[in-house]
Ligand binder design. Structure first.
Ligand SMILES: Cc1ncc(COP(=O)(O)O)c(C=O)c1O
Length: 401
């Protein structure tokens, strides 16, 4: 039975309570204005996002999933009359592959790098050679860590196709040059789903781009392709950020850097606690033995991992048991993601076998996310670390017998 404090995977209440007066006032101001869709509050927030993301254009939309759709639609105007492929990782949230399929294109799934869990650049380059009509490449900055965007952009350039950066989990992440992710591909896409480092009070999303023409296309596509009012040269979608979300997000954005710092501090605490118990980072494969727990690898500064998730790796035969044990001890956890996209039933007709992408398959069996949110107390994070370490110590000993 649990003796330590309860530790949910994510608890947003302390964050809201700390900012309650500011957030409530911002919501009330929108209610007073009765201006709910797009409008000045959304424009203000978009302007803050431009500054934060270090890009000249930012356009709010209804979700991170829609941001991906809008990016694809803006970049590939011939679709759905054109058939072709878009490469994305298999090990990601469903929306990445779903957006490609939703607009009638074929997702081609790349395997991941087992150290960072991000799309493998070499496999991406090899797949690009095999595609008969490659239209775009869509990497993900998974868990809040930059993928190898240099290598992926190079593949995109070699094949003359745009790169869309799915940065849903990575608002504030910096790549190996210290550059904000989402700013180097043709379009960066973001999600304000409540569990993101910057989360709204509901759904919300954003597209960013350096290109004024693309920005204009996205601006038109998000309102049914309408320009001017009630005239439609092409069919868009209805995907607008609403003013209530923008008002909440604008307040929260001012605190985002503090929250990143707190997540990074929590990650360092876990890293140190697990290292003391004998863990190494995911640079060392589990098969190399030692204490069978791998902490997440973080690319060195000026790169910055913002730890939207803190994901450890343990032997597959222990992972679900560890999760049940954590739950008995009052600790929340999650499996991101138990079924890679190439194994999803809806993509069965693409003909992948599970072992086709071995690193995605292995990660799906061996990884588990621990609570990392900024408001974790010292007592809570110690309880998480101690519970994981004592479980792994017990089971590591059994494995060696
Ligand atoms: C990598 C990734 N892409 C896209 C999305 C979709 O974002 P939303 O839930 O806002 O539609 C998410 C959200 O979880 C995500 O994690």
């Amino acid at each position: 039975m649990a003796e330590g404090p309860n530790v949910p995977l994510l608890d947003l209440k302390p964050q809201y309570l700390a900012l309650k007066a500011e957030i409530d006032a911002a919501i009330q101001a929108v209610v007073d204005s009765q201006y709910f869709i797009l409008g000045p509050t959304v424009s203000d927030f978009e302007s803050d996002c431009r500054d934060y993301c270090e890009v000249p254009h930012a356009l709010g939309c209804a979700s991170g999933s829609d941001a991906l759709l809008l990016a694809l639609m803006a970049l590939l105007p011939g679709v759905p009359h054109v058939r072709g492929q878009v490469i994305c990782p298999s090990y990601t949230f469903f929306a990445t592959g779903g957006a490609i399929s939703r607009i009638g294109l074929t997702p081609v799934f790349a395997d991941i790098d087992p150290v960072t869990y991000n799309m493998c650049p070499e496999h991406t380059a090899a797949l690009a050679e095999e595609c008969d009509n490659l239209l775009a490449i869509m990497p993900v900055h998974l868990y809040g860590q930059a993928c190898d965007i240099d290598a992926i952009l190079e593949t995109g350039e070699r094949h003359g196709v745009p790169v869309i950066e799915d940065a849903a989990q990575a608002l504030g992440t910096r790549d190996s040059h210290g550059t904000m992710v989402g700013s180097r591909g043709a379009v960066g896409t973001w999600s304000f789903f409540p569990s993101k480092n910057l989360g709204g009070f509901g759904d919300g999303g954003l597209c960013t781009t350096e290109d004024p023409d693309l920005a204009e296309r996205i601006r038109i596509l998000r309102v049914h392709g309408m320009e001017p009012k009630y005239y439609h040269q092409e069919v868009g979608i209805n995907s607008r950020l609403d003013a209530l979300q923008a008002a909440v997000l604008k307040v929260k954005l001012r605190h985002l850097e503090e929250w990143h710092a707190a997540r990074i501090d929590n990650a360092s605490f876990y890293d140190a606690a697990f290292a003391e118990a004998g863990a190494s980072t995911s640079m060392t494969p589990l098969s190399k033995g030692g204490f069978p727990l791998r902490t997440p690898h973080a690319n060195p500064a000026p790169a910055r991992h913002i730890y939207n998730q803190y994901v450890i790796r343990v032997p597959g035969e222990l992972r679900d048991e560890l999760r049940s044990h954590l739950s008995e001890e009052g600790i929340g956890s999650e499996i991101y993601y138990p079924v890679p996209l190439h194994m999803q039933e809806c993509f069965a007709d693409l003909g992948y076998a599970p072992e086709d992408l071995p690193e995605s398959l292995r990660a799906a069996l061996e990884t588990i996310a621990l609570p990392i949110y900024p408001d974790l107390t010292g007592e809570q994070r110690s309880h998480v670390a101690n519970t994981v370490v004592s479980f792994m110590n017990q089971h590591a000993a059994c494995m060696q017998q």
